[in-house]
Design a protein around this ligand. Structure first.
Ligand SMILES: Nc1ncnc2c1ncn2[C@@H]1O[C@H](COP(=O)(O)OP(=O)(O)O)[C@@H](O)[C@H]1O
Ligand SMILES: [Mg+2]
Length: 572
């Protein structure tokens, strides 16, 4: 049994403080024997004027100084120094509690205070304190410097204010997501949606012990064979800006007329639907953007009528109509989208999607949570073409945020959107096209205002330098796995306070499945070995050498792939 306190003596002593500022101190090494133990990244404890309070820091630099200019032979010895980043305060007693660690420094160390290395039993003791402080929380692995210490994140803080899981491809991001989901699934009513771009997480929904529900955005092959798992997002869910970003050519000289007529007819058709449904109350206040089903064919017909209608001259003689021939290109663009099978999830949805009550059932599918094993939803985007990806992710983000805003305070439960491969649909603004900008706007709004309404984002990406900086800069927690690209490393460095930057120097040295975790959900910024998830995502790194020796690439298999490509469907 470990003794429940720090034990420092002459063998752990490093030396004395010779310089103090608000985030750093320098220590002169006065114990030659300790030099082999002094390694960058190791933890130290610094005495304060109060015996029960110690300041905890991490070694940032080790310097051996030579005072060669000195004339005095005895002064010509080396003066070794270490630079320490101050991290937090440890109190062996605090009010009625014992052994408490807090971020931040209340009592600054004084010149000549003692500094000790925290190693062996002391390290184990300290790491256990960190774990115990957060008993019921999100356990994701063990501390790299002391494998007995369970690394715990504060689950509330991790999800509250957006998080990012970043690292090069194959570094272990998807496994990390799976581990977090596994922990979340143990709660009674978790509520998480995973935007699964490569279809990696389907395996998590397999019985026995499925930890979530699987849905798939309807691909061209799913339109005729509908099943429970297939998700449709009919056109009437889009607001006017989204549909116009998709179908209107803003450089067309008649673009203003086109959008005006579109808005006019859409509103009329929605009104018609409300009248048939006898929704008197809603009729009083609905807008063109309200998600109300309407018949797309009728919209096209009405636009065609505008486009062909002649005007009446003075004597009743037909003259050129107000909109005559001005809508031709717009109608063509709408029809092209309508007939494009890739947009089937939007325009070829089953009849029931036109029902007034269908919408709340969709919302319940996405953010309902009433049964164990059903609160985590995986949405598979693997068959969605990349140019459409931002549209769909953007619609999902917006309708969910809208619902959350309109939910009564007392009814609202929080939920999180996990955005895997975020660089593909949450790009930096300068490189985004009109459609991507719309999608980005919806996510950025969540990043900026979501906290108030209990909706957060977890960004997962291998290219942080290509992800929207508005979104990344709103993240309060970072799990950073192995990362080698300098641009990506710099992006992360810019997001963190100076005192934490040093810990990121280790990013290219991390093992697969090892991460640096910083943020308000963890007491001490730490290097953590992530635990393997029980159910693994289907993301195995291919073994080239082995497979080239074992598995042929036959004509049969390739023919199948060609047919799948042609039919945009892997199931036939
Ligand atoms: N925590 C871990 N422990 C052990 N191996 C891991 C761990 N995380 C990932 N791996 C290995 O790395 C491979 C790639 O991981 P993955 O999560 O798919 O990477 P990424 O999503 O970052 O591209 C996995 O198939 C697995 O073999
Ligand atoms: Mg991955």
């Amino acid at each position: 049994m470990l003794e429940r306190k720090f034990k420092f003596d002459n063998t752990t002593k490093i030396g004395n403080i010779i310089y103090v500022d608000t985030t750093q101190v320098n220590v002169e090494i006065r114990n030659e024997n300790i030099i082999p133990e002094i390694v960058v990244g190791h933890m130290v404890s610094i005495d304060t004027s109060k015996k029960h309070i110690k300041i905890i820091g991490l070694i940032e630099k080790v310097i051996r100084k030579h005072n060669e200019e000195s004339e005095d032979d005895f002064e010509c010895i080396s003066k070794d120094m270490i630079k320490i980043n101050l991290i937090g305060t440890f109190k062996s007693t605090y009010k009625s509690q014992r052994n408490i660690f807090k971020r931040g420094i209340e009592n600054f160390p004084q010149i000549e205070s003692f500094c000790h290395i925290v190693n062996r039993e002391n390290l184990e003791f300290f790491m256990n304190i960190l774990s115990e402080n957060k008993k019921d929380s999100l356990h994701i692995g063990t501390y790299s410097i002391d494998k007995t210490g369970k690394a715990m994140l504060d689950g509330d803080k991790f999800f509250q204010r957006h998080a990012a899981i970043l690292g090069s491809t194959g570094s272990g991001k998807s496994w990390c997501v799976a581990k977090i989901l596994e922990k979340v699934s143990q709660l009674k009513y978790p509520n998480i949606i995973i935007l699964d771009i490569h279809g990696e997480y389907k395996s998590l929904c397999k019985n026995p012990d499925a930890i979530g529900k699987y849905y798939k955005i309807a691909g061209p092959g799913d339109i005729d064979e509908k099943n429970e798992e297939t998700l449709f997002l009919p056109y009437w869910l889009l607001n006017k800006e989204e549909i116009l970003a998709m179908c209107l050519d803003t450089t067309d000289q008649h673009a203003i007329n086109q959008s005006a007529r579109f808005i006019h007819h859409t509103k009329e058709l929605k009104k018609e639907k409300l009248e048939t449904e006898k929704k008197e109350e809603i009729l009083k206040s609905f807008t063109v953007d309200s998600p109300i089903p309407f018949d797309f064919n009728k919209l096209i017909e009405a636009l065609k009528e505008d486009n062909e209608r002649k005007g009446a001259g003075k004597n009743g003689n037909p003259i050129k109509g107000e909109f005559e021939d001005k809508l031709t290109r717009f109608i063509f663009r709408l029809e092209t989208k309508y007939n494009d099978k890739r947009y089937g999830f939007m325009f070829q949805s089953p009849e029931e999607c036109q029902n007034y009550d269908w919408f709340h059932k969709l919302i319940y599918k996405l953010i309902g949570s009433t049964k164990k094993g059903e609160g985590i939803k995986i949405i598979d985007f693997s068959e969605v073409p990349s140019d459409i990806l931002p549209i769909i992710t953007g619609i999902i983000a917006r309708i969910l945020f809208d619902i959350q805003i309109w939910m009564k305070d007392e009814d609202r439960t929080p939920f999180t959107l996990v955005c895997d491969e975020a660089h593909l649909y949450l790009p930096k603004k300068d490189s985004a096209n009109a459609i991507e900008k719309k999608s980005l706007y919806n996510f950025e709004r969540i990043a900026k205002e979501g906290r108030k309404y209990g909706i957060s984002i977890v960004v997962v990406s291998q290219r942080p330098s290509e992800v929207s900086s508005t979104i990344l800069s709103q993240c309060s927690n970072f799990i950073v796995l192995r990362l080698t690209n300098d641009m990506d490393k710099n992006t992360i460095k810019q997001l963190l306070p100076d005192s934490l930057k040093i810990i990121l120097e280790q990013l290219s040295l991390l093992e697969i499945g090892e991460a640096i975790v910083v943020g308000d959900s963890i007491l001490l910024p730490s290097r953590i070995c992530l635990e393997e998830p029980r159910k693994k995502p289907n993301s195995d790194t291919k073994k080239f050498w082995k497979e080239w020796n074992e598995k042929e690439s036959s004509e049969e298999k390739l023919k199948k792939a060609v047919e799948y490509l042609r039919g945009q469907n892997k199931n036939n």
